[in-house]
Design a protein around this ligand. Structure first.
Ligand code: GLN
Length: 449
């Protein structure tokens, strides 16, 4: 078999299933032609000829990139994100762009301006978010891998809800060049895959220093597949004693406890650790992320990008463009963010949030002095029903309780499937590691898998 057959198979499966799932916003019309050109070449990389999808907030030259927002509905980027360029170099073939919450703001993919995405395990339930399209596409077997972005859990939580592997690398590990910015100090691109080994291969392909992203870490290339099968003998697994469990579904708790027991049987030492400031992580995140978003989204003014509502006055053009172009959740974040940054409130909100962020990072430093990885549930529940939380933003925000701390501290995290609930819904196990220690992270994930 050859690349054009693999891509044809992916396109057929998308054609057959995506009417019901809604994972894709657009397909790349050139995918098959690109794959045919590869048929003539000798494979020289594990991803050679492999079809994949990109979350639609990752720029692709000549291919519409919307961030699932009306304001970018017709935006065709003049350049590709570094991750897309790097994947093209391996010979992987982009087949399409996947749905998301508008500008990656959400936990259910219901905030897309264009369509809903359904969970392949139960079509009445959300795939999680914001990278719900990428998670659903991999879970439904449409593509072997897809990329998403994770600002507060948007790779790990949908991976948990859809029963696939989702990896958020260390902040700075993967270039953000060409990722449509949500909260720049938190955003990180990473893969959805069916196996931990595949996640390591994709990370190999997309990681590395990029002069086009000033926050990308100047580290030498690493092979994340090395040592993957070393097991957990001698590793210390941290279990958090003071994490909030009020909204934790008992079935999720049982599955995660069983996973910890399995790791212990495989030779790991289980140690208790404390993260005392993590109770403030959601509150901290929902100041810092909207503050950065309000600044990043100032560029959508009807002049430079995308939608423009023409009027007689410049100010009115700004106002109408932004009123009509942005959805409810994005507007809510802009208002929270500009409020938190405004003079008179800055010290009370934004500055306090930054101070709390430091305390959370220090909690992790202390915890990782005593263990190699920390294990928690990825999300407090399994996939919820479409419409269940959409009218209650606070409920929606609280779903990110376990994923947000890693973004605030810049740490790598992965969600691996950890069994099914009695209703047949996937449960995710989250593993966190020290900054730039994806090797240990993947090794533990692989041992559990
Ligand atoms: N659900 C979180 C939010 O709405 C995280 C989103 C993300 O990681 N992009 O901000």
């Amino acid at each position: 078999s050859k690349p054009s057959e693999w891509v044809e198979r992916a396109l057929e499966r998308i054609e057959r299933l995506d009417g019901r799932i809604g994972a894709f916003l657009a397909l790349d019309e050139q995918a098959l032609a690109k794959a045919r050109a590869l048929d003539e070449r000798a494979p020289d990389h594990p991803l050679f000829g492999v079809p994949y999808a990109l979350k639609d907030n990752i720029c692709t030259e000549g291919l519409r990139t919307t961030a699932a927002s009306r304001i970018l509905a017709n935006y065709v980027p003049p350049y590709s994100a570094t991750v897309a360029r790097k994947l093209a170099e391996t010979g992987a073939v982009l087949v399409g762009k996947t749905n998301l919450d508008e500008f990656a703001m959400g936990s259910s993919t219901e905030n897309s301006a264009f369509q809903k995405t359904r969970n392949p395990f139960d079509l009445e339930r959300v795939p999680g978010g914001s990278s719900g399209g990428s998670a659903a596409a991999v879970a439904a077997g449409m593509v072997p891998f897809a990329l998403g972005s994770d600002t507060g859990g948007s790779i790990r939580q949908p991976a948990a809800f859809c029963g696939v592997v989702g990896l958020k690398p260390t902040y700075g590990r993967v270039s953000r060049y060409g990722l449509i910015a949500f909260a720049s100090s938190l955003d990180q691109i990473g893969p959805f895959t069916r196996t931990v080994e595949d996640a390591a291969w994709v990370l190999n392909a997309i990681c590395g220093h990029d002069p086009l992203d000033s926050t990308s870490a100047p580290l030498p290339a690493e092979d994340f597949t090395q040592g993957l099968d070393a097991g957990v003998q001698g590793l210390r697994i941290g279990v958090v004693t003071d994490i909030d469990t009020t909204g934790l579904d008992p079935e999720v708790k049982r599955a995660v406890d069983a996973a910890v027991a399995a790791l212990a049987r495989a030779g790991a030492e289980v140690v208790e650790v404390s993260l005392p400031h993590c109770q403030y992580a959601v509150a901290t995140y929902y100041l810092i992320a909207p503050a950065e978003a309000s600044s990043n989204l100032a560029r959508y003014d009807g002049v430079r990008y995308g939608l423009r509502v023409e009027t007689d006055s410049l100010v009115e053009t700004y106002e109408r463009t932004r009123s009509e172009g942005f959805g409810t959740e994005v507007k809510r974040r802009i208002i929270i963010g500009t409020y938190a940054l405004s003079s008179g409130y800055y010290d009370a909100y934004y500055k306090r949030a930054q101070q709390m962020r430091t305390l959370i990072r220090q909690d992790f430093e202390a915890a990782f002095a005593r263990c190699d990885v920390i294990v928690t549930p990825t999300a407090p529940t399994t996939a919820f029903r479409l419409g269940e939380k959409i009218d209650n933003p606070l409920q929606m925000y609280l779903n990110d309780l376990y994923t947000i701390p890693a973004n605030l501290a810049g740490l790598p995290g992965i969600s691996v499937p950890c069994g099914l609930s009695s209703q047949g819904l996937p449960i995710g196990l989250q593993i966190l590691a020290k900054a730039f220690d994806e090797r240990t992270l993947l090794r533990v994930a692989r041992a559990y898998e």
